[in-house]
Design a protein around this ligand. Structure first.
Ligand SMILES: [Fe+2]
Ligand SMILES: [Fe+2]
Length: 361
């Protein structure tokens, strides 16, 4: 049976107290009239990120990190991280939408005890040779430029038994997994996990790209390869630069992939390495994915929505989703950028879009 409008009006509603009283009354019911909404973020004509383009200078971060090395004890070493907070997203701990990065210092003799979490992580090594990350029973030794995976729910611990400090960038999907309210953290039963295989075992096993171990079964959604060593990456970039100019928007760019699936290294994060040939000024484009870049070597600029970000070696910078951007290598040597993105998430959900734009400079 259909009730009349008059019959369903609450006491004190529009019928009795007028429009303004009606709207005041709605607040107490925790409902809002969509027809009065003026927040453009609700149904934007196109994406507009709350994140802003930003550069974290390595000279500043490193100086403060070394001070933390004197202030923070070895027991707290696993937390000796300066988190890179995007000024547009503060106070949330987010470097870009869906993505987090922090810079961590592990001093000689320190360990980070065994633990696991639902959030996925990787390390990109900035300084120091020979520290290890242990994952699923295997220690991977770390060298500058290596990318070392500690995927979702994988037990991991770190140690630096060398005589030099180690600095790496942590990349995690924390903002995404916390928005999804799906994160867990578990401390390990031991300080360091048992070694089930020889060190760097998967690095040797998958060393020949396009040759996968056929006896091995792998049912995880992430790559079985723990370390993507810089020695291989560097050689590939060098030989590619001799022959190719690469993409008009990104130069010679490669994605780190899961050798078993051919897809991204992890379901929530993609990782890329790119070389911009000497003096390259790329075409501009925009895409719905966000990116955090780490400058492996070289110097240049990235123009993001008209703002010029100057960068040099070991700086970290962020390019928000759907921002118009182009890269410029200002030097006569190739510039090399490592980046991580949320492309796998957007593609899996059907939300990835990209389009060419008019250059800004
Ligand atoms: Fe961890
Ligand atoms: Fe881009």
């Amino acid at each position: 049976m259909t009730q009349s409008i008059e019959a369903t009006s609450a006491p004190g509603g529009a019928a009795e107290g007028g429009e303004e009283q009606y709207y005041r009354g709605l607040g107490s019911l925790n409902v809002e009239p969509l027809w009065r909404n003026t927040d453009p973020r609700l149904l934007p004509t196109e994406p507009r990120s709350q994140a802003v383009p930003y550069v974290w200078r390595y000279a500043d971060v490193r100086r403060e990190l070394m001070t933390a090395g004197r202030l923070i004890s070895a027991e707290e070493a696993e937390r000796r991280v300066l988190m890179l907070i995007n000024p547009g997203l503060a106070p949330e701990v987010e470097t870009a939408n869906n993505l987090y990065a922090g810079i961590q210092l592990v001093l000689p003799g320190e360990i980070a005890p065994m633990h696991k979490h639902a959030a996925a992580a990787f390390r990109f090594v900035i300084e120091g040779t020979g520290a290890y990350t242990a994952v699923n029973g295997e220690r991977a030794h770390m060298h500058p430029g290596d990318i070392v995976l500690t995927p979702s729910w994988a037990w991991h611990d770190h140690g630096n038994f060398t005589d030099e400090p180690v600095v790496w960038m942590d990349g995690l999907d924390l903002p995404l997994i916390n928005k999804l309210e799906s994160n867990f953290f578990v401390d390990g039963p031991e300080q360091a996990q048992e070694q089930l295989r020889s060190a760097d075992s998967t690095e040797r096993l998958y060393a020949a790209s396009r040759l996968n171990p056929a006896w091995k079964t792998w049912d995880k959604p992430y790559s079985p390869l723990i370390n993507y060593p810089w020695s291989v990456t560097e050689q590939l970039l060098k030989s590619a630069l001799d022959e190719w100019v690469g993409s008009p928007t990104d130069g010679v760019i490669f994605e780190f992939t899961n050798p078993e699936s051919g897809g991204p290294i992890m379901p929530t994060m993609g990782a890329y390495i790119q070389a911009l040939p000497a003096k390259m000024h790329t075409e501009a484009h925009q895409h719905t994915s966000s990116a955090i870049y780490h400058v492996v070597r070289g110097r240049g600029q990235t123009i993001v929505d008209g703002e010029v970000l100057d960068w040099s070696q070991h700086d970290t910078f962020t390019v928000p989703g759907w921002s118009v951007h182009e890269h410029i290598n200002t030097e006569n040597e190739p510039a090399v950028l490592f980046s991580h993105t949320d492309i796998p998430v957007l593609k899996a959900l059907g939300f990835y879009q990209e389009r060419a734009c008019v250059r800004q400079a």
